[in-house]
Ligand binder design. Structure first.
Ligand code: SME
Length: 176
């Protein structure tokens, strides 16, 4: 049997390691923010900018395996896929209320899904996806779309992801 202090030190170490990972993530997002702003300020089309943002997020954030923007499709109560980085998806049109994306179109709230298998109203894009985060994109206070991230890592998203993706959408809103 282990000495009782073994358990004390082990849990203390785990907490410190978790804090280190959280800090590491914050540093990563701090470094990415100016890169996103630089893309937004660059001299190219809005579509090219959103494509570049999807690609940089997927390339630089280890737990982002699919990154895409969905937008309200004209006057219809449905979302249409815009720029994305990652595997092509069949779900280029998503009706309001359907899946995580369709729910965010109606709720205007961030939706963090630590385990997609625990969700009833979920549209599967790939069997490798374990978790998802969807953050609405507002222009003049109106929810006109969203950024959607799929992760192959279970339960990877924290408040730092939410704040970072809100920042990304705030920047993208300037070019829409
Ligand atoms: N999983 C999403 C569908 C979009 S794919 O992730 C690209 C949903 O449930 O709305």
């Amino acid at each position: 049997m282990e000495h009782p202090l073994f358990y004390f030190y082990r849990s203390d170490y785990t907490k410190q390691y978790e804090q280190f990972l959280l800090l590491q993530k914050k540093v990563m997002f701090s470094a990415l923010r100016p890169k996103v702003s630089c893309i937004v300020d660059s001299n190219t089309s809005a579509d090219a900018k959103m494509q570049a943002i999807c690609e940089i997020l997927k390339a630089e954030v280890p737990h982002y395996d699919w990154v895409g923007f969905y937008f309200k499709n004209g006057d219809k109560r449905e979302l249409k896929l815009g720029s994305y980085a990652g595997a092509p998806t069949d779900h280029t049109i998503i009706p309001y209320g359907k899946g995580i994306c369709g729910q965010v179109a109606e709720s205007n709230q961030n939706f963090v899904v630590p385990d997609v298998q625990a969700q009833d109203n979920y549209i599967a894009c790939s069997i490798t996806v374990k978790a998802e985060i969807v953050v609405p994109l507002f222009v003049n206070g109106e929810n006109i779309g969203q950024i959607d991230i799929d992760s192959n890592t279970p339960d990877p998203f924290t408040k730092a992801d939410e704040r970072f993706l809100e920042f990304v959408n705030f920047e993208v809103a300037k070019i829409l």
